[in-house]
Design a protein around this ligand. Sequence first.
Ligand code: AMP
Ligand code: TRP
Length: 373
Amino acid sequence: MTKDNKPTIFSGVQPSGTLHIGNYLGAISNWVDLQDKYNSIFCVVDYHAITVRQKPKELNRNILDVVKIYMASGINPEKAVIFQQSNISAHTELAWILNCTARMSDLFKMTQFKDKTKVDLEKIIEEIEKRTLKTFGNSETYIISSEVKKLVKELSNSLNNVRKSGIGLFDYPVLMASDILLYNTDLVPVGEDQKQHVELARTLARRFNSQFGKVFRIPEVEIRKEGARIMGLDDPTKKMSKSANPANYIALTDSPEVATKKIMKTVTDSGCDIKYDKKNKPAISNLLTIYSLLTGEDIKKLESKCECECKGYGDFKKKLAEAVGEFLISFQKKYNSFGDDEIKEILKNGAEKVKPVADETLRRVKEKLGIKI
Ligand code: AMP
Ligand code: TRP
């Protein structure tokens, strides 16, 4: 689908949990900026959401709500295609085929899997080697120490986590690769946490092309310079996450009052000057990033403005809360203006537009594999 010969962008969000300003600032608002220049495809990745257990009624609601969030953010369905992943069966078909070229080692490396399951087999094995293998002259000898016992215990705990983990959660990045590769995607605009998954899509595409002949375009990842990793309000060393405690994030559906309370309670760094310094002042740097992206004002300008007008963090947080409140009011006004029928129609039209492209890629893949009769 290269109407007007524009390059293609593809991205998606899972309809699970509450979307927050990290999703908006790190990903969706970037899509809005790109939609004029690119042939744009935005997906609601419901098959990804079911890699952790969802309540059917909530999932159903969330699928429609994610589309409302895309639209309230400024995605225009006249310019960009919006569709639901499970409506296009080529996604899961291609994922199966890519599974047959993906390796366990590709997936064990994935940070999201390691974070969610607390499984990092490669690191444990590396540690065992490091702590037990000693070199004497030219020969290597294993030393059994009490530390080894500890590591073996860790390994066994990890294996227990592997046994409990759903196969879908492990295989998640392969489905994501298939989403991207079906549409001859040039660019994948995502937050920083997804970079590794896009790299896997590149690896799988190259591997398939070299084994069977060229079908896939190799996509590039597109990450914003600022805002690619909005940090948690309650812990600025970890990314803002929808699966965390609500004090961690500002939901796009939070009322301005709730958002203000959360902002006033954010952890603060030591010292009281309002300076962007990610390393030594992660909390204030995160708040300045949010402030700057929401208002369009440069961070340097905000720093000097706050120096004149704010007496310490409290004042600064109040100002930020006002800006966030203004943003939320206008966002939610748009969000609430869409009806479910309108959203269903958008999803239906979207699926009709992307289906021929996905089917054609799958047809070429099957031909190369030798299963097309
Ligand atoms: P998810 O919530 O995992 O479906 O993520 C949807 C999009 O938002 C992806 O492109 C993520 O990389 C991005 N994203 C999620 N959390 C953050 C964050 N804290 N900061 C910036 N981008 C994020
Ligand atoms: N894994 C992404 C996330 O959690 C969502 C996603 C699924 C995606 N398929 C995609 C993003 C394809 C970009 C392209 O954020």
